[in-house]
Design a protein around this ligand. Structure first.
Ligand code: SF4
Length: 500
């Protein structure tokens, strides 16, 4: 691609729920999926998504995906600045193009729809995204010709919100891995050339490892990608269409250096769809590469976490998992990861995620979950788990098995969050799960999950906030928050079991 210098400025940003480092605990970010509730807005936003620190309106860190686009554009010679959404006013006058990073812009993601159903209100993340687009500074800049380009994981939601796109004058939406196409699209925007309204990056344009640039500025919570793609092919997932690629250790360490050298983060979050499979070409973990990665990372920083990992990979190599745990626990007492359970039924697993249990058989899924979760508990990995509620082929028998599984997992230190089925991946033409389809069994499952969370929440809060005095203060607020939730659900007759 030709290098060029343009005099026009490109601004990149994200709404306030994404421009936060969540008290340096990335899983707290789940709180942005909730709607306003019994806590005053100012207190809730401070607890779950306090604004990121800025210097002259420039955030000290930004979402990892936004950093990748920033680096790509810089490498192609564009004049780019990433700004905090609350400081756009200061910078927007000279800008010709505004790039906005999104995750769940309308609250249509599984977690947000579930919370919105329970609390009957629009989630915070949707409110803040709309507030960003509706802000007077963006509206003014739009009138003088500002182009708006949107990208990020949640862009599929714009297909359901065409009126919003028209109303707020969004010029182009990019879906998929954009490194190879983003330069051409921003170049066209700067030249006032026509832009595609919705551009889905074809799989053939997914960048190779060499074509993915290193971030050059810090990413929120020290997130660093170790690989892309997944080979398990679950039907409800869109990740699976992307090829599986793992970054070399040297590249991962370079990006960790960017975060650590900033002085802002001493810990790293290793991001992949399954961190246990680092370096592997299939569903069997690669002992040598996985150990080498963790040994190298632990020397670089004070702590680490994983974004996601699979129960099957943990259950497939328990000894390796313990060895990895030993490496990680040299500098910390626990670590976290997001983990998909999705169902307790082997039959349903076979239909909607036939390779999720691999190398075990799909029918063995409930056993894989029990083993994997037990290993995580013993080795101090705290999973934030998801269950899918209301998938198209779910039967009463499947739900009963999931409820039974919840009973078996009671002793496993974890959060288990039920998510209403959202049509994505190969199931994108299926119907959404609607509240009118909610049965007594669905309700029972939701209550089990709530009970499980309330049973473990205090221990999790204590583990998450152990360090400096500031963390201790924040911890007290979370404890009060958890106490109020427990009181309210007890009063509503939903939960009656003892605290942990
Ligand atoms: S294992 Fe996870 S990332 Fe992979 S296809 Fe299934 S849901 Fe998607």
């Amino acid at each position: 691609m030709p290098q060029e210098n343009t005099s026009s400025k490109i601004l990149l940003t994200a709404d306030r729920t994404l421009m936060s480092d969540y008290h340096k605990n990335i899983f707290i970010g789940f709180g942005t999926c909730a709607p306003p509730n019994f806590l005053p807005n100012w207190l809730y936003t401070w607890l779950f998504f306090p604004p990121i620190k800025t210097k002259n309106g420039i955030p000290v860190a930004a979402p990892y995906g936004l950093r990748k686009i920033e680096t790509q554009l810089l490498s192609e010679g564009f004049d780019v600045l990433t700004v905090s959404p609350t400081h756009l006013k200061k910078h927007i006058d000279g800008a010709k193009v505004l790039g906005i990073h999104v995750m769940d812009p309308f609250g249509l993601g599984p977690a947000s729809t579930t919370f919105a159903f329970i609390l009957k209100k629009e989630p915070y993340l949707a409110q803040y995204f709309r507030a960003l687009l509706a802000s007077p500074e963006i509206q003014r800049a739009k009138k003088r010709g500002l182009k708006i380009i949107v990208g990020g994981q949640g862009v599929w939601q714009f297909l359901y919100r065409q009126k919003f796109v028209e109303r707020y004058g969004i010029d182009c939406i990019i879906a998929g891995e954009a490194e190879k196409v983003v330069g051409d699209i921003f170049r066209a925007a700067l030249k006032d050339e026509p832009l595609p309204k919705y551009y889905e990056v074809p799989a053939k344009d997914s960048p190779s490892l060499e074509e993915i640039p290193d971030i050059t500025k810090p990413s929120i919570d020290g997130l660093v990608e170790i690989g892309r793609g997944c080979c398990r092919g679950c039907q409800f997932c869109s990740v699976t269409v992307r090829p599986l690629r793992w970054h070399p250790i040297e590249k991962i360490l370079r990006e960790i250096d960017v975060n650590v050298d900033s002085g802002y983060y001493r810990s790293v979050n290793l991001h992949a769809e399954d961190a246990m499979l680092y370096g592997s070409k299939n569903t069997i973990p690669n002992d040598e590469k996985l150990k080498k990665l963790h040994e190298a990372v632990v020397k670089k920083c004070d702590g680490m976490g994983w974004s996601h990992c699979s129960l099957a990979a943990v259950a497939a190599k328990p000894k390796l998992f313990s060895e990895i745990s030993e490496i990680i626990l040299q500098k910390q007492t626990w670590w976290g990861a997001e983990v998909g359970i999705e169902t307790g039924s082997g039959e349903l697993a076979k239909k909607m995620m036939p390779a999720k249990a691999h190398p075990f058989k799909a029918e063995e899924w409930p056993e894989v979950v029990r083993n994997g979760m037990g290993l995580m508990h013993d080795n101090k990995l705290i999973p934030a788990c998801t269950l899918i509620v209301g998938s198209p082929e779910e039967t009463e028998d499947d739900l009963i098995k999931t409820i039974e599984l919840m009973d078996d997992l009671r002793g496993v230190r974890s959060l288990i969050v039920p998510l209403f089925f959202v049509p994505m991946g190969r199931l994108k033409s299926e119907d959404w799960f609607k509240e009118t389809q909610m049965t007594k069994l669905h309700q029972e499952l939701l209550v089990k999950c709530l009970n499980h969370g309330l049973y473990w929440v205090n221990e999790l809060i204590d583990l998450a906030f152990t360090q400096k005095w500031r963390a201790q203060v924040v911890r007290q607020f979370y404890r009060v928050f958890a106490r109020i939730v427990r009181y309210r659900v007890k009063r509503a007759g939903i939960v009656g079991e003892a605290d942990n």
